[in-house]
Design a protein around this ligand. Structure first.
Ligand code: ATP
Ligand code: ATP
Ligand code: MG
Ligand code: MG
Ligand code: MG
Ligand code: MG
Ligand code: MG
Length: 268
C-alpha cells in the first residue's frame, strides 16, 4: 500500500524487544477480584468452582501457546513460563502481555458461563485481567520465582482459612477475626485451627494449599541446540511441543527437586 502523509505518526511508537535467550514469565492477575468474589458470592475462603474456572482458562492458554512450558496459579493469578528460545511476536513485550491478558479474560468468561449458568456475568462486573512479563537470566531465579508464588499461596491460604473459620464457625466479626490474627505466625494459626476447631490444616485440599501446576510433558526428551536450525526444523520442534500432553498437579515445587530434575526441558 502506498504511504500516506499520515504515516509519520508510526515513528512515535516504541517497542521493547525482550532480551533473547532468557526465560520469560508472564503473570496475569484478576482486576479487583476481592470485590468480584463478593459480588458473585464466592464460597470463602476458597470457591472451588471459581478456582477451576481459572484453571480451565489457564490450561487453554498452555494448550494454545506451545511456547508455554509450565503454568502455576492460585487465587486470581496465573504465571506462565515461556521457553528460552520463544520467538512469539518477536518477543515484543506489549504484544505478549496484552495477548495473554486478553486470552485469560476471554477464556475466563467462557468457562465462567459454563460453570455458573445461574450467575450470568453482569456488564458492570466483568472479569478482567492485567499482565506483566519478567525476564529471568537463569533458571535458578525462575525456580525461586515459582517458589515465591507458592509460598504466597500457602501464606494467604493459611491466613484465609483461619480468618474464615473464626468468622463462619467462631462467630467473630471480620474486624475481631482480623485483630485475633494480628501478629500471629504460621504455627499459631495451625494451633488455633486445631485446638479450637479440630481442623488439621494439613488435611485441607492440596489445590488450596499448593495451587495448581500445568506442565508440558515430553516423552523421550532430547535437548536440541536451536541456533542455526532451518525454519522447517524449528517447525518440527514446535509440532512436538504442540503434541506434548499437559499434566496437572497440586504438589510442592519449592523443596521437591525431583519435579524440576525430571523435566529438564523446563530449564532448556
Ligand atoms: P487487584 O486488582 O489489585 O489485583 P484484587 O482485589 O484482585 O485487586 P488480589 O491481591 O489479586 O486483589 O486478591 C484476589 C482476591 O480475590 C483474594 O484476596 C480473594 O479475596 C479473592 N479470590 C480470588 N479467587 C478466589 C476464590 N476462588 N475463592 C474465594 N476468593 C477468591
Ligand atoms: P494481527 O494478529 O497481526 O493483528 P489480523 O489478521 O488481525 O492479524 P489486521 O491487520 O489486524 O490483521 O487486520 C484485521 C483483518 O480482520 C482485516 O484485514 C479484515 O480482513 C478482518 N476484519 C476485521 N474486522 C472486520 C469486519 N468488521 N468485517 C470484515 N472483515 C473484518
Ligand atoms: Mg494484584
Ligand atoms: Mg487481583
Ligand atoms: Mg491476585
Ligand atoms: Mg489484528
Ligand atoms: Mg487491525
Amino acid at each position: 500500500m502506498a504511504k500516506s502523509r499520515f504515516e509519520y505518526v508510526k515513528q512515535f511508537e516504541r517497542e521493547n524487544y525482550l532480551l533473547p535467550d532468557t526465560h520469560l514469565v508472564i503473570r496475569v492477575d484478576g482486576k479487583g477480584f476481592h470485590k468480584f468474589s463478593q459480588h458473585y458470592t464466592f464460597d470463602k475462603p476458597n470457591d472451588e468452582k471459581a478456582l477451576r474456572v481459572m484453571n480451565q482458562a489457564a490450561r487453554e492458554i498452555v494448550e494454545h501457546y506451545s511456547d508455554v512450558l509450565m503454568a502455576y496459579g492460585d487465587s486470581d493469578e496465573y504465571s506462565f513460563l515461556l521457553r528460552r528460545g520463544c520467538e512469539m511476536y518477536e518477543r515484543r513485550e506489549m504484544k505478549l502481555i496484552t495477548t495473554f491478558a486478553s486470552a485469560m479474560t476471554a477464556y475466563y468468561g467462557y468457562y465462567w458461563n459454563l460453570a455458573f449458568p445461574e450467575k450470568p456475568l453482569e456488564v458492570a462486573r466483568m472479569p478482567m485481567f492485567d499482565a506483566r512479563v519478567v525476564v529471568y537470566p537463569n533458571f535458578q531465579i525462575v525456580r525461586d520465582y515459582f517458589s515465591w508464588r507458592q509460598v504466597d499461596c500457602h501464606i494467604n491460604n493459611l491466613y484465609n482459612t483461619t480468618f474464615w473459620t473464626l468468622v463462619l464457625r467462631g462467630g467473630l466479626s471480620p474486624k475481631d477475626a482480623e485483630n485475633r490474627l494480628a501478629g500471629t505466625v504460621s504455627a499459631d494459626k495451625n494451633e488455633l485451627l486445631f485446638k479450637e476447631f479440630g481442623i488439621n490444616y494439613n488435611n485441607e485440599p492440596e489445590m488450596f494449599k499448593k495451587g495448581t501446576i500445568f506442565v508440558r510433558e515430553f516423552q523421550d526428551y532430547k535437548p536440541v541446540e536451536e541456533t542455526g536450525l532451518s525454519s522447517r526444523q524449528k517447525q518440527r520442534l514446535d509440532k512436538a511441543r504442540k503434541k506434548a500432553t499437559i499434566g496437572e498437579y497440586h504438589v510442592d515445587i519449592i523443596n521437591d527437586n525431583s519435579f524440576w530434575e525430571s523435566r529438564p526441558w523446563l530449564a532448556d
